[in-house]
Design a protein around this ligand. Structure first.
Ligand SMILES: NC(=O)c1ccc[n+]([C@@H]2O[C@H](COP(=O)([O-])OP(=O)(O)OC[C@H]3O[C@@H](n4cnc5c(N)ncnc54)[C@H](O)[C@@H]3O)[C@@H](O)[C@H]2O)c1
Length: 412
């Protein structure tokens, strides 16, 4: 018996009585949003093509780490507020439909609008005129107005809004409760309805035009990516001067608010930062100099570390252990993780490469930490998971760009 069925006297949510549909509702952006909407008292249709993730959710578990979400999922299931559907034909025809599907760039780093078009084309027969379609996925500038025009040309009277997701992965539910929502609509009606919807889950709503909202999302991520590149380049310069950048950074930041936001150096990647920087570059006809420089620095840092190791050690006769395969600390997501760039690049130079991560469950080659430490001649801290700061690395030399570890064996 499901948690939902146990609640006597509650009418379970169906696609007919749902207040809102989230397409891509079992994804990283979709799940926290679904739960935030359910917490606000809405009946939510969780629509996703990934049946396995839907089954996991139905059983009260999460398909990936999302801090604080398990309790919210239990409550949402118990209250009967969720209905799960797995085809575009099964979406609610009454409330707004929020789209949170992945929006990738292609192998030439150009945005792929076709993904949005295909999704809309599939949903169209199930959408009722007058319904609000909210794009939540990150999109290329102009996509919202294009979508409104596309639907008009097809003779459909749908409202279109763009309300970008800005949460940091793993902490979405917490941030949704605390952060303002940027809301835009292709028409005043669309903007108003979207503002009403997001006003139910957010402390504040900021309204702008669709193009402004699209740029706000891309600028924010590109800026973050450039910030990481700036600190990474400072790290490289400090290293070439033979000094410890961590000490310089600490001195710069000490009681000095203007330097407080400078991030520590590290391997900056993941499914959003590079992609969004490249979408902006595509819009700027590839004239986004800072964005391209950031890409060179952040991606190049991996190769720089490997070159340094090759100069100092006989890597061809050594096994290298990679600590952390997730793209950032304390999560299990390996999408676009630079740890895999390390693994690939090192496979041509080292005798063997071993990998470990306390969170990642999707990679069968990952081994327990103890085994990797014991079997490696040298270690690289790829992801600064908190547990590594206290781990027994048996005095093995360990490369730590992040400034996360201490000890005589640490190579900065
Ligand atoms: N991950 C983040 O922290 C984050 C933060 C802000 C914005 N974004 C943006 O949000 C969007 C989604 O990212 P994500 O990380 O959640 O991706 P994801 O791959 O984790 O989730 C997307 C979900 O959509 C589903 N899906 C794909 N096509 C579908 C379709 N036609 N119908 C129904 N379901 C479909 C997939 O099965 C998947 O569950 C992207 O545009 C991303 O750039 C992500």
């Amino acid at each position: 018996m499901t948690a939902r069925a146990k609640v006597a006297g509650k009418t379970p949510t169906t696609i007919d009585n749902a207040n809102v549909t989230v397409v891509g509702g079992a994804g990283h952006v979709g799940i926290p949003l679904v739960l935030a909407l359910a917490e606000a008292g809405l009946r939510v249709n969780v629509n996703d093509l990934n049946r396995q993730s839907l089954e996991t959710l139905k059983s009260g578990r999460l398909p990936f780490i999302e801090y604080g979400a398990e309790d919210a999922l239990t409550r949402a299931l118990a209250s009967g507020r969720l209905v799960f559907t797995d085809t575009p034909a099964q979406i609610s025809r009454s409330g707004p439909v929020i789209i949170t599907i992945g929006t990738p760039v292609d192998e030439f780093l150009n945005p792929v609008r076709q993904v949005v078009q295909d999704c809309i084309d599939e949903l169209l027969p199930s959408l009722a005129d007058g319904q609000l379609v909210v794009m939540r996925s990150t999109v290329f500038p102009g996509t919202t107005d294009w979508l409104a025009g596309y639907l008009r040309e097809k003779g459909r009277k749908l409202q279109v809004a763009f309300c970008p997701e800005r949460v940091v992965q793993g902490y979405g539910l917490k941030e949704l409760r605390a952060m303002p929502q940027i809301v835009s609509g292709a028409t005043p009606d669309a903007e108003q309805e979207a503002a009403r919807l997001f006003g139910q889950i957010a402390p504040e709503v900021v309204t702008v035009t669709p193009l402004e909202a699209e740029f706000a999302k891309l600028f924010a991520n590109a800026y973050r990516y450039i910030e990481f590149a700036a600190t990474n380049e400072f790290y490289l310069i400090a290293q070439s001067a033979g000094i410890d950048y961590g000490r310089v950074l600490a001195a710069m930041k000490h009681n000095y608010p203007r330097a407080a936001s400078i991030p520590r150096p590290g391997f900056a990647a993941g499914p959003c930062l590079v992609k969004d920087t490249m979408q902006l570059s595509a819009f700027a006809r590839n004239q986004f100099g800072l964005g391209h420089a950031a890409l060179l620095i952040n991606e190049g840092l991996v190769l720089h570390v490997i070159d340094n190791l090759r100069r100092r050690f006989d890597l061809g006769n050594m096994t290298v252990g990679l600590l952390g395969m997730a793209f950032k600390a304390e999560i299990d997501d390996v999408r676009a993780s630079l740890s895999y760039k390390f693994k690939k690049a090192l496979s041509g130079h080292a005798r063997a490469v071993l990998t470990t991560d306390p969170f990642v469950t999707s990679d069968p080659e990952i081994r327990p930490l103890d085994e990797v430490v014991a079997g490696s001649d040298i270690l690289i801290l790829c992801t600064p998971h908190a547990a590594y700061a206290k781990a027994d690395l048996r005095g093995k030399p360990v490369v730590d760009v992040w400034g996360h570890l201490s000890g005589a064996n640490v190579i900065r």
